[in-house]
Write a protein that binds this ligand. Structure first.
Ligand SMILES: Cc1cc2nc3c(=O)[nH]c(=O)nc-3n(C[C@H](O)[C@H](O)[C@H](O)COP(=O)(O)OP(=O)(O)OC[C@H]3O[C@@H](n4cnc5c(N)ncnc54)[C@H](O)[C@@H]3O)c2cc1C
Length: 478
């Protein structure tokens, strides 16, 4: 993969599937098969990122494991390029392809919460909103995405960052078992007693080894009420608040989930007029403990007299939806992320200076604290690397007008180039639009881990049938 503009304008690439083969698949398929010409074809091929405009030859909307097996076997027999889709949130658009087949697990929404074992079994089509709704009924949660329509499957396999990560680890650290369909259409289970190596690879190794049909995740007591919300200051206050936050998260309890954000204040009723449409600095928080403990954790930030203070006791499910409105489906998105070994005064000043040139009012630059439970997992204990980072810096560029793409992509790249001296290798690829192979290798970490991942790929997908992902190439000819 190259570092080109990540847009595609679709053509069918001339591929027409034999009607008899599709009819044969349909006879053994319980879900829907969507093809060009169907009234909802455009709706079904759309993904979160409006920059991605691809036209698959077939979308297989699977309702269960048997559909996934049938779809995989069909794609293999027709030699089709395969995209696997759950929540459709991949910013590089891995969930859809031109001319090939989308294996869409989104209709698979089963979820079974076992309060006795504290483990949930979730089918692969669940989004975080759907997942949290069920687990919160009994006051349980795992580290989940901060946007309700992100897919549980794609996020977990690629790492999984959320408000609870410093207390309970990343989502992939909570993955205790998975069932998947391999490239040859076989069902394989991975857990702590069988295929442990595969489970290790699924904890951060992405969709490289097969189509995951269900996952089992460890749950923890959280909520239902927590202290959460957002404080906002004019951008001129960013330096002092960010420095205080940096020092505060060094010693604050693992309960304190937080993210300082550079944004443009929206023209919303809760924003005072003098801030609306102006560069602002926000702090989003979610405290995993009791609302009272959470209140004590956020109190020091009130000393900085925020212009907007919406931090209060609220349902955990509401905190999980706080950024939904700012990240609607269909906008154009170009994202980058890098890990930071620390946040020096010089790094803070450079971030503030560079972010001042933000080209779209819809974009956000966010810093998140890492460490704690994330770095208590040994680097060799999962496919995911970068566990020694102190922070991650995210640049989420978003805009509506396709004519502006070049400007915003160029700005995002230049921001990360300017900040490169303050970054370190090993960021999770879930958040990056450009994913060269070298970047993927670097994100997994040591040569030994990369060797182990290649061996797993050779075992489960030697032809690189599943290659639209943060790809691990098999060692043989693909
Ligand atoms: C608005 C927004 C908010 C986000 N917030 C967070 C966040 O808070 N924390 C975080 O960690 N990430 C976050 N992400 C990033 C997100 O986790 C990744 O983009 C992830 O890949 C999305 O998963 P998905 O299932 O929604 O996407 P899809 O596009 O459906 O899938 C992405 C890729 O994941 C793999 N995959 C998905 N399902 C399966 C499956 N069943 N079997 C095998 N492989 C599969 C495939 O390679 C697929 O191409 C966010 C993304 C967006 C757009």
């Amino acid at each position: 993969m190259t570092d080109q503009m990540p847009t595609t304008s679709g053509s069918m690439l001339g591929r027409t599937l034999p009607a008899s083969a599709v009819a044969e698949l349909a006879a053994s398929f319980a879900g829907r098969l969507v093809q060009p010409g169907d009234s909802d074809y455009d709706q079904q091929r759309a993904v979160f990122n409006g920059m991605i405009d691809r036209r698959p030859a077939l979308i297989a909307r699977c309702t269960g494991d048997a559909d996934v097996v049938a779809a995989v076997n069909f794609a293999r027999s027709q030699e089709l390029l395969v995209a696997v889709r759950a929540g459709g949130h991949s910013v590089p658009g891995y969930g859809v392809c031109d001319g090939g087949m989308v294996i869409d697990v989104a209709p698979m929404k089963g979820v079974w919460v076992d309060e006795d074992t504290g483990v949930v079994r979730a089918q692969a089509g669940l989004t975080w909103g759907e997942f949290d709704r069920e687990t919160q009924l009994v006051g349980l949660a795992t580290t989940g995405g901060r946007q309700t329509s992100t897919g549980v499957a794609g996020q977990t396999l690629g790492s999984g960052s959320g408000w609870l990560e410093r207390k309970f680890g990343l989502t992939c650290d909570n993955l205790v078992a998975a069932k998947l369909v391999t490239a040859d259409g076989e069902i394989v289970r991975a857990d702590e007693t069988q295929n442990q190596d595969l489970l290790w690879g699924l904890r951060g190794g992405g969709g490289n080894f097969g189509v995951v049909t269900s996952l089992q995740l460890r749950l923890h007591p959280v909520g239902p009420m927590v202290t959460g919300g957002m404080m906002v200051w004019p951008r001129a206050r960013a330096g002092e608040v960010l420095r205080f936050w940096r020092d505060y998260v060094e010693t604050a309890s693992d309960d304190f989930g937080s993210a300082p954000a550079f944004l443009t204040a929206p023209p919303a009723p809760f924003v005072p007029e003098h801030l609306q449409g102006r560069p602002a600095f926000g702090l989003i928080v979610c405290c995993a403990g009791s609302p009272e403990d959470g209140e004590a954790l956020v109190k020091p930030f009130r000393e900085f007299s925020p212009d907007v203070d919406m931090v209060q006791p609220m349902p955990y499910t509401v905190v999980q939806s706080l950024i939904d409105e700012a990240t609607p489906h269909g906008l154009h998105n170009y994202w980058k992320a890098e890990n930071l070994p620390g946040l020096s005064d010089e790094a803070i000043d450079t971030i503030i200076h560079t972010v001042a040139g933000m080209t779209s009012p819809l974009s956000m630059v966010i810093v998140e604290p890492k460490g704690r439970a994330i770095s208590r997992v040994g680097d060799g204990d999962s496919a995911l690397g970068g566990r020694d980072a102190a922070h991650t810096l995210y640049c989420f560029s978003m805009w509506a007008d396709p004519a502006e793409s070049e400007t915003h992509v160029a700005w995002t790249r230049s921001l990360m180039q300017t900040l490169a001296p303050f970054t370190m290798p090993g960021v999770s690829l879930n958040f990056t639009s450009d994913q060269q192979e070298a970047k993927a290798r670097e994100s997994f970490g040591s040569a030994e881990k990369n060797r182990r991942l290649t061996a797993l790929k050779d075992c489960y997908d030697p032809t690189n049938f599943f290659r639209l992902n943060q790809n691990i190439r098999p060692s043989g000819p693909a």
